[in-house]
Design a protein. Structure first.
Length: 217
C-alpha cells in the first residue's frame, strides 16, 4: 500500500472531503493551468489515470471525449455525480487494468498519482499511458517532489502527504524515460495557496514495450 489511509487521511477518502481540501489549497486555479498545458479541443480524447472526482473536467472544452478511472469507488461515484454523461468513469487499479479496448488517446493525464505508486506501480502507469497514447500524444504528470532549496513548509506538507513514494523530479523522469523517448521535467512552485513544490512531466514519443524473455540470436 503506497498511500496512507488511517487517521486524518480516512476523512479524505470521501469524494466531497477530498474536493473541499483541494479547493482550499487552490487547486481550481491550478487545474485551469493544467487544462492550458493539455491544449485539447473538441473531438480529442483524454484519458485521466487516477482521476479522483475528475475536477479537471470542469476546465476542459466542451466536445473533449474524457475517460477517467480510479482505484477509489467513492471518488468514481463523486466524478459520476459531478459530471454525469460528460465523461466515462470507472473503478480500476493501474497495476491490474488493460485499456486495449478503448483505442488511442491524444492526451493521458496522471495528476497526483505517481507519488502514490511504488516503482513497479509507476512503471505500470507509464506502460499503460504509452500503450494508450497516439504516437503524437502526450502524457502529463504532476506530483509533489523533493527539491534543493525547498522551504520548510513545503517539505513538511509533502512529508505528510497520503502518497508515500514522493521522489525528486529526476526520479519521476527516470521512470518515465523507460517508456517515452522525450521526457521534459519541470519543477513548479507558487501554484497553490500554500508553499508547495511539484514536478510536472511532459512525456512524448511513446516507446514500444521492452521485449520479455530471452532475445533470440
Ligand atoms: C492525489 S489524488 C489525485 C486525484 C485527481 N487526479 C486530482 O488531481 O484531483 C491520487 C489519486 O490516485 C488514486 N490512486 C492511487 N493509487 C492508485 C492505483 N494503484 N490505481 C488507480 N488509482 C490510484 C487515488 O485513489 C486518488 O484518487
Amino acid at each position: 500500500m503506497a498511500q496512507r489511509t488511517t487517521g486524518v487521511f480516512r476523512l479524505l477518502a470521501a469524494g466531497w472531503a477530498y474536493q473541499a481540501f483541494q479547493d482550499a489549497l487552490g487547486a481550481r486555479a491550478f487545474h485551469r493551468r493544467v487544462a492550458a498545458w493539455l491544449d485539447v479541443g473538441p473531438g480529442q480524447r483524454v484519458l485521466d489515470i487516477g482521476c479522483g472526482p475528475a475536477a479537471i473536467l470542469d476546465h476542459l472544452p466542451a466536445g473533449v471525449e474524457y475517460h477517467g478511472f480510479d482505484d477509489s469507488a467513492a471518488y468514481v461515484a463523486a466524478a459520476r455525480a459531478r459530471h454525469g454523461s460528460r465523461g466515462h468513469f470507472w473503478q480500476a487499479r493501474v497495476e491490474r487494468t488493460s485499456l486495449a479496448r478503448l483505442g488511442r488517446f491524444d492526451r493521458v493525464l496522471a495528476l497526483g498519482v505517481l507519488h502514490h505508486l511504488d516503482d513497479d506501480g509507476a512503471r505500470a502507469l507509464c506502460d499503460l499511458a504509452a500503450a494508450a497514447l497516439d504516437p503524437d500524444g502526450m502524457l502529463l504528470t504532476y506530483d509533489p517532489c523533493w527539491a534543493a532549496g525547498q522551504g520548510v513548509i513545503a517539505r513538511a506538507l509533502i512529508a505528510r502527504d497520503r502518497g508515500q513514494d514522493v521522489r525528486d523530479a529526476h526520479g519521476y523522469a527516470a521512470l518515465a524515460r523507460a517508456r517515452f523517448a522525450a521526457v521534459d521535467a519541470e519543477v513548479v512552485r507558487g501554484h497553490l495557496r500554500v508553499p508547495y513544490t511539484a514536478a510536472v512531466l511532459r512525456c512524448r514519443r511513446p516507446r514500444a514495450p521492452a521485449a520479455r524473455g530471452p532475445v533470440p540470436w
